[in-house]
Write a protein that binds this ligand. Structure first.
Ligand code: SF4
Length: 365
């Protein structure tokens, strides 16, 4: 797996300020044939970053953040542990690639500062947190270099009020050794229609490999999360998503799924332009009808989204996945039309997902 990710990485720049970080140490050990260059890189402007390079630098902002959702739609209340930006994989629909035009990867190597900040945030044991690292990067794409998740899991194991989701499109289970309590970690895989990864998700693991990894995790006592986001509208989409949903249950059982999200392809207009210019064969931006939502993003016309979601929900329910399903950034109207209720009816989406995340503690305590 790491070989084809490595081929996307041209070199690693290590800033002098993080020379002694444990993350730097791991990267130096694991880099193999990738060239490493030391120097002063922390103050580089994004325009000076080199495409395809990894930068290990000191981060001076807040590591703990709210997901940049929108107040216009139902947000899942996800909290981010910000470990870096960018990704060596290549998905045509990737908002990060369109947004961070430098297409390099930044890793915040000053992990001790991250520990200090998180210690303060999570020390209120009365509060429960569902956190993840997969918002501005893939959680595990360069884990084989950094071991960042492994360190994070070790650190977070002292907090029984924090559940960490690792969201990825690769297969890397090396972090498992660091887990003391599998209830505190939710490995998560993004899935798509059976024929989508080959065309639209370059360098990612095949869907079947992702599900095999999910099965290994389930056998080891973890529950997993699955994300169908973005669901793409293309000729034959029903068959494509049906085959993937059927394949899920060749590997895992509904009870192994903590929660499962559905999100239809959407994005700011510049994402569409980016896809048009960089992925000429990605024709899904021309199918269906895109309208501008109240958050400024283009998304498929509501009846088409409802058709997509109803199709997925009906199939998933047939297999026994029901209350774990939620929609990413959708309106009450869409919830009601596809699930028969709104987030408010289940106590609010963020609260519902916290309940699902911590459910194994409730059943054993
Ligand atoms: S895996 Fe995620 S972050 Fe990486 S290229 Fe694909 S969409 Fe972007």
């Amino acid at each position: 797996m790491s070989d084809y990710i490595t081929s996307n990485i041209k070199g690693i720049f290590i800033d002098n300020q993080v020379k002694r970080s444990p993350i730097t140490n791991n990267v130096s050990k694991n880099a193999g044939s990738i060239p490493i260059i030391y120097g002063d890189f922390s103050s580089l402007d994004d325009r000076e970053l080199k495409k395809g390079y990894v930068y290990l630098v000191k981060y001076k902002g807040r590591f703990f953040k709210k997901c940049p959702g929108t107040k216009f739609y139902n947000c899942c209340g996800y909290k981010i542990i910000h470990i870096g930006e960018g990704c060596p994989l290549n998905c045509s629909y990737c908002i990060l690639k369109a947004y961070f035009s430098h297409n390099s990867i930044k890793v915040w190597a000053n992990i001790e500062d991250l520990y200090m900040e998180l210690d303060k945030v999570f020390s209120n044991r009365e509060k429960f947190f569902r956190v993840g690292t997969g918002e501005f990067t893939d959680s595990l794409a360069i884990e084989y270099l950094t071991n960042y998740s492994k360190y994070l899991i070790e650190f977070l194991s002292q907090f029984k009020n924090v559940i960490l989701e690792l969201k990825t499109k690769v297969v890397d289970l090396s972090w498992i050794d660091a887990v003391k309590d599998p209830r505190l970690v939710l490995p998560a895989w993004s899935l798509n229609g059976i024929d989508v990864p080959l065309k639209e998700e370059m360098s990612t693991a095949p869907l079947e490999e992702r599900l095999k990894a999910a099965k290994i995790c389930a056998e080891m006592g973890f529950r997993v999360c699955l994300h169908f986001d973005p669901i793409i509208y293309y000729p034959g989409w029903e068959r494509g998503y049906k085959e993937t949903i059927e394949m899920i249950f060749d590997y895992i059982k509904p009870k192994d799924i903590a929660y499962l999200s559905l999100g239809s392809f959407r994005g700011m207009p510049y994402l569409f332009k980016f896809i048009e210019e960089n992925w000429p064969d990605s024709d899904y931006i021309y199918f269906g009808e895109f309208i501008k939502g109240i958050d400024g993003k283009l998304r498929l016309f509501r009846p088409i989204r409802i058709k997509q979601f109803r199709f997925m929900v009906n199939l998933l329910r047939k297999y026994g996945v029901d209350k774990q399903i939620y929609f990413c950034m959708e309106s009450d109207e869409v919830w009601r039309a596809c699930l028969g209720y709104t987030p408010k009816d289940i106590g609010g989406l963020a609260n519902h997902l916290i309940q699902l995340s911590f459910a194994p503690f409730q059943s054993t305590n």
